[in-house]
Design a protein around this ligand. Structure first.
Ligand code: AMP
Ligand code: MG
Length: 489
């Protein structure tokens, strides 16, 4: 079969390949025996533009599976490094190929990446493949995150490759078609600074600025601005995670996207019972990436980003270090402001007043003490359901509730407006671990994708307070004890 496909329907660019060659390797995806499209994300397809619809057809599937290449495109694997659990390593796309960049009718540029598409020069000992379960998991969770209003990479499609991948057992192989604003990571900058020269680092920084931050004014100190913007986007992103109880699980610097999107859904999961120490990942023995550590770890990762920029920040090393210190020191405050604003809204409060921080902290303390479910607590407060079993007999909760009510009544806005604000911020549904596992089991064992699809359609309306059935679906596994997630390798 002819490998190249001459298509007028889709035009893919690859501006990334204009960077110095050290940043990538030209790489075709591996061919797979019998590709089958099992998930097509209609919603995302429509958002990107109708001309992508042909990808659902026979020829399109050959492209998504990596069996054929659109003529005139340059698929690449990207080079990057990263600190994994604190240790610096050379990495790179070991099981992914960037097909190219798709530009929408509105002029927005997105990477189309195949994840699980075979070995590359960066594969180290790995097989370059992915199993169906983890790829479907990424589809489910990333759709949920998007619906919750949290920046994230998306999943356009999942394909079965028709071959088995060897893990602890032989599992059905799959490819995830990932859409991202870009795949530039903190680790990409670490790679440039550690292994390349200043010109190449500068080329990466300039490219990144133009791709993601161009809308900002021309800056006098463009690289300091780059650092500031990345810090701000991450602070906001992590605050958004905390506000919905999302635990990423593996916040290594290679898994932090410069664009500010959530990326690399491995052992992530949503917290049920409120416990700041919650960890799901089987490999996170020390709790490095626990719920409460996420802001600290983001700041740690950003310090690695800042260090990578040192040669560009100032004329002297001393000056540059001073800038890094100053900018990284600002993170806790910027993060806290985003978090506080989000929590204020979750409690139906329109403006911050003295004492709000303490009011929030007290609620969290009581939630922890009462083993309360994080999502359901805020949902019940929204609904005005006070007598929830979670807080039965809690004197402290009763007192807190009265204080909160007074605080709500004393604001200018009505209680109806306050409730509407809460409804727009407190989800009624999140991807509960058990529902996700059940849906994946049905898909992987029986090739029945209906549970995945119905879960995703539920998760796409997380703020729908008219769906009564969903409200009272308490997690049957009320605690998170013993629930373990694994990296999708
Ligand atoms: P991740 O845990 O998915 O963020 O991946 C960390 C690094 O390991 C990245 O460089 C991946 O490309 C690489 N990697 C993960 N799984 C595989 C695999 N099956 N084969 C080759 N490389 C892999
Ligand atoms: Mg990764």
């Amino acid at each position: 079969m002819e490998q190249y496909l001459n298509l007028s329907a889709i035009k893919l660019e690859n501006t990334y390949a204009t960077l110095p060659e050290a940043f990538y390797t030209k790489q075709y995806p591996s061919k797979v025996p019998s590709p089958k499209l099992v998930i097509w994300n209609n919603l995302l397809g429509e958002e990107l533009g109708e001309n992508l619809d042909f990808l659902k057809q026979k020829q399109g599937i050959e492209i998504l599976a990596g069996n054929r290449i659109v003529e005139g495109t340059t698929p690449i694997a990207q080079a990057y490094a990263g600190h994994q659990f604190g240790h610096f390593t050379m990495l790179g796309d070991g099981r992914a190929v960037l097909l190219g960049e798709y530009v929408t009718g509105k002029g927005e540029r997105f990477d189309i990446q195949l994840k699980g598409s075979g070995r590359t020069p960066y594969s180290r000992g790995g097989d370059g493949k992915a199993a169906l379960g983890p790829m479907l998991r990424e589809y489910i969770i990333s759709e949920a995150m998007n619906a919750l209003g949290i920046p994230t990479t998306r999943s356009l499609a999942v394909l079965m490759t028709g071959e088995g991948v060897v893990r602890e057992a032989v599992l059905p192989g799959a490819i995830l078609v990932r859409i991202a604003k870009s795949h530039i990571r903190v680790g990409t900058f670490e790679y440039a600074n550690q292994f390349r020269n200043k010109e190449e680092l500068k080329a990466l920084a300039d490219y990144t600025w133009n791709r993601h931050f161009k809308e900002n004014q021309e800056q006098e100190q463009p690289y300091v601005s780059l650092l500031q913007e990345v810090v701000k986007r991450q602070a906001k992103l992590i605050a958004q995670w905390q506000l919905v109880g999302f635990i990423h699980g593996v916040m290594n610097t290679d898994n932090m996207a410069i664009s500010g999107e959530t990326i690399d859904y491995g052992p992530c999961a949503f917290m049920n019972r409120y416990d700041p120490d919650t960890v799901f990942s089987s490999i996170d023995m020390s709790g490095r990436y626990s719920y409460q550590n996420q802001p600290k770890m983001a700041s740690w990762d950003l310090a690695r980003f800042a260090e990578s920029l040192l040669p560009l920040l100032a004329d002297t090393g001393e000056e540059a270090i001073k800038i890094v210190q100053e900018e990284i020191d600002k993170f806790p405050e910027i993060y806290h402001a985003f978090w506080l604003e989000g929590m204020r809204e979750k409690l139906g409060l329109f403006h911050l007043v003295d004492g709000d921080n303490a009011l929030i902290e007290e609620l969290l303390r009581i939630m922890f003490e009462c083993h309360a479910d994080y999502t359901n607590t805020f949902r019940d407060l929204t609904l005005g359901v006070k007598s929830s079993s979670q807080f039965a007999d809690s004197e402290a909760f009763e007192q807190w509730y009265q204080l909160w009510q007074k605080r709500r009544e004393n604001q200018q806005e009505s209680l109806e407006e306050s409730k509407a604000l809460m409804e727009s911020k407190n989800p009624t549904v999140i991807p509960r671990n058990e529902s996700v596992e059940d849906a994946l089991k049905q898909a992987v064992e029986n090739q029945d994708y209906s549970a995945v699809e119905s879960l995703v359609s539920l998760l796409r309306n997380p703020f729908d307070y008219s769906n009564r059935e969903v409200f009272y679906e308490m997690p049957s596994d009320f605690s998170d004890c013993g629930y373990k997630t694994y990296c999708g390798t």
